[in-house]
Ligand binder design. Structure first.
Ligand SMILES: Nc1ncnc2c1ncn2[C@@H]1O[C@H](COP(=O)(O)OP(=O)(O)OP(=O)(O)O)[C@@H](O)[C@H]1O
Ligand SMILES: [Mg+2]
Length: 659
């Protein structure tokens, strides 16, 4: 069994030690998470391990012949190959062998039975056997299974990669890494671009995967299912915690408590010392003590509290006045080539509304937001803006809204009004860009730092319409909570996309559901939407039942005789089979959702414990509320599961009765 050893890695930027003597090992059976707040160096460490970035010192070694594959957090840009052609590159390790094979074949054609003939035949045979044993000829089925699991449809396979959005290109890159079947996979935030179905699929795929994995993710529920050890990067040091993610949080809780206390003690001590120095600085009798205190202060190793526990808060500026109709969409149609996304869509976004756009991967959520924001004007129909509209847009791929060549300060200065410039430093500080951070180039920022910067830029212009495409991606839990709170306070209109059902639930007042039958509006919040969806399912299932009863009640009575009866019966059996299959799928996914919610409840309880330790009362109240909401949601899901499994049982019983 192979092992990948990482030892004594050091990396400093200026006077900041990002990685300070970091080491760990991964084997083919490793299931590891790499945790830590935004900007702690997770992506940097993975890049170093993958050989894509240099460290200042340290060694990386692995057992000979081992294969390691790496998926970066963002910035994948694919060229003009089709999806399938791109996927073929996952098999590039076979290319030399394939080249040798065809070379041998050509040579063998030309020679008669002379000296080299036998050995060439033998080599060819060995190559062919190896290709068979390593599953090379099954690759089409494998690629198809992976692509479909990640949300692609058959028609996508021949589409050009460059046609896909940044998020989808990331998904192609992820599919490639999976198809490579490496001994060790390094995945940097693979869940960011996946909707719930694709996430569940990936989770199950990784659970059954034979190689080792190291995953960075801010999605605790995903990690809980996929890892059994957690490495945490904090303040340059890497610490290992055995167990899943929840257990890591629990262990961390007590440590953080101690850390927080030490921090408070140190702060008090420093203040006291400073007061002492200040007070006695000019008293000759005390000067010796003063000198030693100053030295003492200088020597002090400061206690550092993780940034994702620092409290940060901000609010959106009050929304300027706008008309009652904010956006008027009429007869909107949009397609990418042959691919129709919207067909004659009309609706009005009204003032104060918080419209969540949901739907499966590829339904056109980001496309719609880009059109509403005026970024994409390549459509038919009209989108009219209401009076006095001021839009703030957060793109799914922040690289489109940030200038990589700017530094952080320059980036915000470029959009700030002159009167705001003096307070930019403060504002940046409240978004956790302090001191030298403000002179960092945008191109070196971490995923979470970029998201925060993009949000901050929106904040600089008072807007009455916020169009936000997956704003919580890349954010650590603290930043996510902060954004949620700020958006709840915001008094303007909002159109947003999110995969985070908790987030949608807390914010949305209306839902646009892009289903396979076309777009559909639900007037009301997310709970109402889920309830309505469920009702629709029930009506559909009742219709299915009625059909079954009326068809099945009098076999043989139709005039067209036995042949038709037999055909009908076959059709009916098919229908029942499909119905049962779909019910079973629904039941399975409900169970999965309920389990997810259970984990979220456990998670919330853990956080409550943590918040109690820090006596952050408003946080405790918010968490208690969240817990209660989760419990209600859990009740609803388990109720639905109960009903659906009841129906399956009934179908089974009827069938037994029939036969
Ligand atoms: N060349 C550089 N010069 C200065 N700072 C840098 C450079 N490259 C990265 N950094 C900083 O190093 C820190 C770590 O970045 P990294 O992308 O590894 O963070 P991360 O832990 O992956 O965060 P996230 O959760 O937001 O993805 C960030 O603060 C980033 O701004
Ligand atoms: Mg990162």
């Amino acid at each position: 069994m192979g092992t990948l050893h990482i030892q004594n890695i050091r990396l400093a930027f200026g006077d900041r030690d990002l990685l300070d003597d970091v080491g760990f090992s991964l084997s083919e059976s490793s299931r590891a998470a790499l945790a830590g707040g935004n900007g702690t160096g997770k992506s940097t460490l993975l890049k170093i391990v993958a050989g894509q970035q240099q460290s200042d010192s340290g060694t990386i070694s692995m057992t000979k012949g081992m294969r390691v594959a790496y998926l970066p957090q963002s910035d994948i840009v694919l060229g003009h190959r089709t999806v399938m052609e791109e996927m073929e590159l996952a098999y590039s390790r076979f290319f030399p062998m394939l080249a040798r094979q065809s070379e041998l074949e050509t040579k063998l054609e030309g020679v008669t039975e002379n000296d080299g003939h036998q050995s060439m035949l033998l080599e060819l045979h060995e190559i062919q056997q190896h290709l068979i044993d390593s599953g090379y000829y099954q690759r089409n089925a494998v690629m198809e299974q992976i692509l479909k699991g990640l949300g692609f449809v058959q028609d996508d396979f021949v589409r050009n990669c460059a046609e896909f959005s940044g998020g989808w290109q990331m998904r192609i890159a992820l599919a490639k890494v999976l198809a490579e079947e490496p001994d060790i996979m390094l995945l940097d935030e693979p869940t960011n671009y996946l909707d719930i179905e694709a996430r569940v699929w990936l989770k199950n795929y990784l659970k059954l995967y034979c190689g080792g994995v190291m995953i960075v993710s801010h999605d605790q529920y995903f990690l809980d299912e996929t890892v059994d050890e957690v490495y945490e990067l904090f303040n340059g040091k890497l610490t290992r915690y055995a167990g899943n993610y929840t257990s890591y949080l629990r262990q961390r809780e007590s440590e953080l408590q101690a850390l927080e206390e030490a921090y408070k003690r140190q702060q008090a001590e420093m203040e006291r010392t400073e007061r002492f120095i200040e007070r006695f600085r000019y008293k000759a009798t005390k000067s010796k003590q003063v000198q030693s205190r100053i030295k003492q202060l200088e020597k002090l190793e400061p206690v550092v509290v993780p940034s994702h526990l620092k409290k940060l808060s901000f609010s959106f500026p009050p929304a300027p006045h706008s008309g009652n109709d904010v956006l008027i969409v009429e007869h909107l149609s949009k397609s990418y080539g042959e691919h129709h996304i919207f067909d004659d869509l009309s609706f009005v976004v009204r003032k104060g509304e918080r419209l969540a756009v949901t739907g499966r991967n590829g339904a056109g959520k980001s496309t719609l937001l880009r059109m509403l924001a005026g970024i994409d004007r390549n459509f038919t129909g009209t989108i009219r803006e209401g009076a006095g509209l001021k839009t703030g847009y957060f793109a799914q791929d922040t690289e489109h809204t940030l200038d990589q060549t700017n530094d952080v300060m320059g980036e915000v200065e470029s959009v700030a009004a002159t009167v705001d410039i003096p307070r930019l430093r403060n504002l940046l500080g409240s978004f956790l860009f302090s001191d030298d951070d403000v002179f960092k180039k945008v191109s070196v920022l971490s995923g979470g730092e970029r998201s925060r910067l993009a949000l901050l830029k929106i904040l600089l212009h008072p807007a009455n319409l916020l169009i936000l495409d997956e704003p919580t991606n890349h954010l650590d839990i603290n930043a996510k909570d902060m954004l949620l709170e700020a958006l709840r306070q915001y008094d303007g209109t909002m159109v947003f996309v999110s995969h985070d059902s908790y987030f949608i639930e807390r914010i949305a007042t209306r839902i646009l559901y892009l289903s396979s039958d076309g777009p559909e509006f639900f007037e009301g919040d997310y709970q109402y939407f889920s309830w309505k969806l469920e009702q629709k399912e029930q009506v559909a299932s009742l219709a299915g039942n009625n059909k079954r009863r009326s068809d099945g009640s009098a076999p043989g009575e139709t005039e067209s005789g036995d042949i038709q009866n037999a055909a009908e019966a076959r059709k009916e059996a098919n229908r029942r089979r499909n119905r049962r299959k779909s019910l079973q799928q629904q039941a399975d996914s409900l169970l999965e959702e309920a389990e997810d919610i259970e984990r979220q409840i456990a998670e919330t309880e853990a956080l409550m414990g943590m918040a109690e330790n820090y006596s952050v009362s408003e946080k405790i109240t918010a968490l208690a509320k969240r817990k209660q909401e989760l419990q209600q949601l859990h009740e609803a899901k388990s109720e639905q599961w109960f009903e659906i499994t009841g129906e399956i049982e009934e179908m089974n019983a009827n069938e037994q009765h029939d036969t």
